[in-house]
Design a protein around this ligand. Sequence first.
Ligand SMILES: NC(=O)C1=CN([C@@H]2O[C@H](COP(=O)(O)OP(=O)(O)OC[C@H]3O[C@@H](n4cnc5c(N)ncnc54)[C@H](OP(=O)(O)O)[C@@H]3O)[C@@H](O)[C@H]2O)C=CC1
Length: 279
Amino acid sequence: MNNNVGIIGLGNVGSMLLNQFLKLNLLREEDVYIANRSKEKLNNFIKEYPALNICEDNAEIAKKCNKIFVCAEPVNIPAVILDMKPFLNEESYILVSTSMISHNDLNKIHNGKITIFMPTLISMVNGGVTLAYHNEFITEEDSKFFEYLMGSMSEVKVLEEEDINLTQNLTASFPGFFAEIMSEFVKAASKHTKHICDEELEYMLLVSLAGAPRLLLERNLSFEDTINRVSTKGGITYEGVKVYNEKLPAVFDEAFNATIKRYKEITKNTSDIINELIK
Ligand SMILES: NC(=O)C1=CN([C@@H]2O[C@H](COP(=O)(O)OP(=O)(O)OC[C@H]3O[C@@H](n4cnc5c(N)ncnc54)[C@H](OP(=O)(O)O)[C@@H]3O)[C@@H](O)[C@H]2O)C=CC1
């Protein structure tokens, strides 16, 4: 048993976790081991965190760490776990940062402790919701460890595995959806303004956005209360709300259907990859 923590895959998620674990003093640099497919990325981290341990490959992480975050793309995760398999034992705790690979499929390679979690890049600024599913081998101590790390940068919601797929639209995917919706908002406003540039429009929108959730949360206003307060019957907001009310449900339904369809395709693909690898 050791306190070493491994992180495999230093992309958007892995680097966010590494930076937050160290910047928030949740882990000591010398207890953290990292590995990534392309080696250049690793050297950049060493410049910032000189006591960090760089591993040659995924197997070395499994040899040296009991707790291992796997933050690769779904299609690459089966191979990562297989690389580690010879060195995994009942103490090994694998934390996979995507729900697009089922714990049943992962158990075919590592029949032990697995947490499937869905982080959010909002946690770079200490916020957002991390969704998690712990399999049956996870002890209270393991879930406390998870809560200690992820709960320090986000809210943690432990769910049934099948519920993560849908709810991640509201958490992990949210920054992307939000950016897309807001960028359309600015583009539409831009068509009607002659003297204000897009950057100024974007700034006004972001400042309003930062305040709107505070208004709702601090004054305990529901969405409906807020609409009623802002939109006077027959006024400008009222007319705008009517259009959103009519058109948006179809857009949200279609987007949910598209993500659910893609989720099924990816999980089927990762399942096929695992079945092929363990043949
Ligand atoms: N981006 C997001 O907001 C969120 C992403 N996720 C999930 O987290 C996971 C990571 O996402 P993200 O960080 O965006 O992806 P990235 O593509 O940014 O990072 C993936 C990293 O994994 C590395 N990698 C791939 N294969 C291997 C391997 N065999 N061995 C070691 N390292 C490997 C890649 O290395 P290389 O440098 O060679 O490419 C890369 O650094 C995905 O499963 C994604 O679905 C979950 C929630 C939110």
